[in-house]
Design a protein around this ligand. Structure first.
Ligand code: ZN
Length: 137
């Protein structure tokens, strides 16, 4: 049986530590070394204070769904329908676009708490994804 290839990330110079942390299943985001602002996607300069000083720090992997969509058509073989896409505001602030795995909320998904998990695709690519956070109150 053929394995559908996962569309490969195309890391630019500022994204490389992000994708390395995903591969290691320890998600890190770029953080301004001067004002502390987390940012995603990574970039060369802080939008908050214009500092070029950065660190890479582990994030909690916890967040809240801001928006969601379920595609009922397969656009890429690696993502068969129905295929979910969610926008998550991480507790550290940045918004990350990903997928919801496992049980889906009834009704609106907005404001549902989610936690990070790592999915290994059939071709071995590791992706950051989310599942409903059952520990949330
Ligand atoms: Zn800053």
């Amino acid at each position: 049986m053929d394995i559908a290839p996962t569309p490969a990330p195309v890391p630019l110079v500022h994204d490389i530590p992000f994708w390395e942390s995903v591969e290691q299943q320890d998600l890190k985001l770029q953080r301004c070394a001067d004002c502390g602002q987390f940012r995603y996607p990574a970039g060369p300069i802080c939008a908050q204070c214009n500092s070029e000083q950065v660190t890479w720090e582990l994030v909690s992997g916890k967040g809240t769904i801001l928006s969601w969509v379920v595609f009922h058509k397969t656009y890429l073989p690696a993502y068969p329908a129905p295929h979910t896409v969610i926008a998550v505001r991480l507790d550290e602030g940045p918004i990350i676009i990903s997928n919801l795995e496992g049980p889906e909320p009834e009704g609106s998904w907005i404001d549902e708490r989610v936690s990070l998990r790592y999915a290994t695709m059939p071709d071995g690519v590791v992706l950051p994804r989310f599942e409903l956070d059952r520990t949330a109150s």
